[in-house]
Design a binder for this molecule. Structure first.
Ligand code: SAJ
Length: 419
């Protein structure tokens, strides 16, 4: 089988590589010529453990290549972005999915399988994508087999989770489901869970929404606990000892292209019913401002300098999409606070990044906003020597309070800062 993957981003590229590693001939398609050229030189443009080496090997063995145009293939996998629109509900922008579908029309033939991996609002496969293909004269379920098979891998663990996770396969018809399931059996060791396309769409959205709502609960708890002088971290810890409780970790907000985006795709379909989901989004979106209010309370004086450690939406990635850290930095700057940035993972940015020592010089606060491993093992005692105020504010709960007891350092954790 030949596989054509449209969209070579965080999902498309690892997926394309995985098919190549498992014996398929793969062409990956992306609209960005620079990305395509770089890939054809054997270099990947995103940071993801295990991806770079595997991809290079497949390029060297001529199992995979990149191109700006699709080719005739047996299977087409669409993994293009679905951002929020700028409208009232931040609804799902399907324009890339639609143009990707149109781009493969000249190349599809009877018997081909078309799979949508992009996260989409419920009913998109049936109501938006199916008509585009049928307009070309194909009958879905007889000539072309169309399914939604949402990706559910965690950035940072993509190569592992692509293989190990269960996979939802939702076809427009039963035959579509069966044909799509066969493709994933190439490398998926987890269970293949067969369903309809609209159930698959909603299930994927609900996974991320569940996580978003749970984090919102933890963040709300933190605000309440800070008001009552209780450590929310202790509360989460203790409550989670109950066998049926699993409260997530409070933090500076929810970022990334999934949790901060997907819940809106449910809201847009039933805004009058999606109350908890909307409120969770609002709660998590309120966290950057809350962090800033705590920063202001902690800073010694108005013309202070803050050294931000970590600007990515989560640890050990270079991903800045929807990052709450970026929002926090912007709010601080707008308030006239002198903010400098340090992030050992981010390379491709217009923001000025300093190395660690440079960033803390004459500073009044180290503000940890991403949980990079590098920040866990720093000798802070040494590092704070060049600071004006030896103050560390950890919003990601990566440092232990007891390590700072009996030192001249002031340590604060977001989960335990009484108002
Ligand atoms: N976060 C918290 N507290 C937590 C966990 C996360 O504040 O307890 C924050 C993170 O710092 C980050 C955001 O939430 O800003 C999202 O991070 P994440 O690690 O929860 O998830 P993503 O966005 O990297 O990946 C999610 C995953 N979904 C679930 O775990 C249900 C992944 O499996 C999906 O494939 C991915 O979304 C996706 O592509 O949809």
């Amino acid at each position: 089988d030949k596989i054509c993957v449209i969209g070579l981003g965080y999902i498309g590229l690892p997926t394309a590589t995985m098919f190549a590693l498992n014996g398929k001939q793969v062409v990956g398609v992306d609209v960005n010529q620079k990305v395509v050229d770089k890939l054809n030189r054997g270099q990947v443009h995103i940071e993801e453990p295990g991806l770079g080496e595997a991809f290079k090997k497949m390029v060297d063995e001529k199992k995979i290549k990149a191109s700006t145009t699709p080719e005739v293939a047996d299977v087409f996998i669409i993994a293009v972005p679905t951002p929020n629109k700028d409208d009232e509900y931040k609804s799902c922008d399907l324009s890339y999915v639609e143009s990707a579908t149109r781009s493969i029309l000249p190349f599809i033939k009877k018997g081909d399988v078309v799979i949508l991996e992009s996260t989409i609002s419920p009913t998109t496969t049936d109501e938006t994508v199916k008509p585009i293909i049928e307009k070309k004269g194909f009958k879905i379920g007889e000539d072309i087999f169309l399914a939604h098979c949402p990706e559910r891998v965690l950035p940072g663990k993509i190569m592992e989770e692509l293989v190990e996770n269960n996979r939802i396969v939702g076809g427009v018809t039963e035959k579509c489901t069966d044909e799509a399931a066969k493709i994933y059996k190439t490398f998926v060791k987890g269970e293949i869970l067969k369903t309809t396309s609209k159930t698959a769409e909603m299930s994927k959205l609900m996974e991320n929404t569940f996580r978003d709502v749970n984090i919102a609960l933890a963040n709300e708890l933190t605000k309440i606990c800070n008001k009552l002088d209780i450590s929310s971290l202790d509360v989460v810890n203790l409550a989670n000892k109950h066998p049926r409780v699993n409260i997530h970790t409070p933090g500076p907000g929810v970022g990334g292209h999934c949790l901060a985006v997907d819940p809106y795709f449910i809201i847009e379909k039933a805004p009058e019913l999606a109350n908890i989901i909307s409120l969770a989004r609002e709660t998590n979106n309120s966290m950057p401002k809350y962090v800033v209010s705590k920063v202001e309370e902690l800073l010694p004086k108005n013309d202070s300098k803050v050294s931000v450690f970590g600007i990515t939406y989560k640890g050990n990635t270079d991903d800045l999409r929807e990052s709450p850290a970026i929002e926090i930095v912007d709010i601080l700057k707008n308030k006239g606070i002198n903010v400098v940035l340090h992030d050992p993972h981010v390379k491709d940015t217009e923001l000025t990044l300093l190395d660690r020592e440079e960033a803390v010089e004459d500073s009044d606060m180290i503000l940890i906003l991403s949980d990079h491993n590098e920040f866990k093992d720093i000798n802070y005692k040494e590092l704070v020597k060049s600071m004006n105020t030896p103050l560390i504010f950890d919003t990601k709960n990566i440092l232990k309070e007891e390590n700072f007891e009996g030192t001249n350092m002031i340590f604060k954790n977001l989960g335990n800062i009484p108002d």
